[in-house]
Design a protein around this ligand. Structure first.
Ligand SMILES: CCCCCC(=O)SCCNC(=O)CCNC(=O)[C@H](O)C(C)(C)COP(=O)(O)OP(=O)(O)OC[C@H]1O[C@@H](n2cnc3c(N)ncnc32)[C@H](O)[C@@H]1OP(=O)(O)O
Length: 289
């Protein structure tokens, strides 16, 4: 999915693999592909260190996305690219991505990684859903919801640290922790690709963190408005990383979320921030989902 077709030097085309049930393109896919497009126009000694995006229109899953890259600036240390993702002649995402030559520094610090169970001690999303489906007291609509989730072929493997909280069975603090990795093998050596995959992963389940204190409400309309991401160290996106998502604020039909992707050895790999629009309605039936 991140293997874009080069149409011209600065024009690439991306196609879709997984489309969420909302029938608009998954934001993470558009960010990941935009970063691929930007990365293809910079030299091999440059590494992505940040990106800033606005989602300005919903993505249409029935047509491919055209990525137009502008070589905004090439500097001695930093190089900036602007990418427009276009469908039907109009931008759906605008993105700036910045790349840096590796530069060692004595200034080095990071927060400590949260202490959580290791992925080997937790169940995958699929195993959890199978377990919930085997419960006798499930309502028909809960069963349907779970089967729909199971049929979702998301290219990310996930292991929630606190499953009841992850699935919003009860209200809780707006903080979500899960282990995540890309399905399949990517291998070492292509740090640009690992950053693009992490950008894809970073948009998944992030905005839903805003809803965690409100189990009496369900989303009527939810979409990310913007997304910023910073890459801090080398990492493998096909190996388990802990994704810590926190929402410090929500009001005015909007919510702010912050994400941290941790390598399992405790190194902070990437951080992100996102604001989204969330319109909700009260949960009416006695469903667990
Ligand atoms: C599974 C993981 C998902 C992760 C999250 C993602 O990936 S989300 C995917 C990435 N993000 C996106 O695709 C967002 C792309 N951007 C946008 O779609 C747009 O910028 C936007 C909808 C957010 C802008 O909102 P606007 O309100 O300005 O747009 P627009 O006027 O087109 O309205 C969109 C829909 O919201 C309704 N609407 C607008 N204002 C409303 C209001 N105050 N109260 C109720 N409903 C309202 C409209 O009637 C319309 O519904 P109708 O449409 O029924 O007529």
């Amino acid at each position: 999915m991140l293997d874009l077709k080069m149409l011209e030097v600065l024009e690439l085309r991306g196609t879709h693999h997984w489309v969420p049930s909302a029938q608009r393109l998954f934001g993470g896919q558009i960010i990941g592909q935009a970063l691929v497009a930007a990365a293809k126009s910079v030299s091999d000694n440059l590494y992505a260190h940040s990106l800033h995006c606005y989602f300005v229109r919903p993505g249409d899953p029935t047509v491919p996305v055209l990525y137009q890259v502008d070589r905004t600036r090439d500097g001695r240390s930093f190089t900036v690219r602007s990418v427009k993702a276009i469908q039907h002649g109009q931008p759906i995402l605008i993105c700036q991505a910045s790349f840096q030559v590796l530069q060692p520094s004595p200034l080095q610090h990071q927060f400590p990684m949260p202490v959580v169970p290791q992925p080997e001690d937790l169940l995958t999303v699929e195993e959890l859903i199978q377990r919930y489906l085997s419960q006798a007291d499930l309502t028909e609509s809960a069963k349907q919801g779970l089967n729909k989730l199971l049929a979702n072929e998301v290219p990310i493997e996930m292991k929630p640290v606190s499953p009841a909280h992850f699935y919003r069975f009860a209200s809780g603090e707006p903080r979500r922790l899960f282990w995540a990795r890309a399905r399949g093998y990517i291998g070492e050596g292509n740090m640009k690709l690992h950053c693009c995959v992490a950008a894809y992963v970073s948009d998944y389940a992030l905005l839903g963190t805003v809803l965690l204190p409100y189990s009496k409400y369900k989303a009527r309309f939810i979409a990310s408005l913007d997304h910023a991401m910073w890459f801090h160290s080398t990492f493998r996106s096909d190996e388990w990383m802990l994704y810590e998502c926190v929402s410090p604020w929500a009001a005015s039909s909007r919510g702010l979320v912050e994400g941290r992707l941790w390598r399992r050895d405790g190194v902070l790999a990437a951080s992100c921030s996102q604001e989204g629009v969330l319109r909700v309605k009260p949960v009416t039936e006695n469903s667990k989902l």
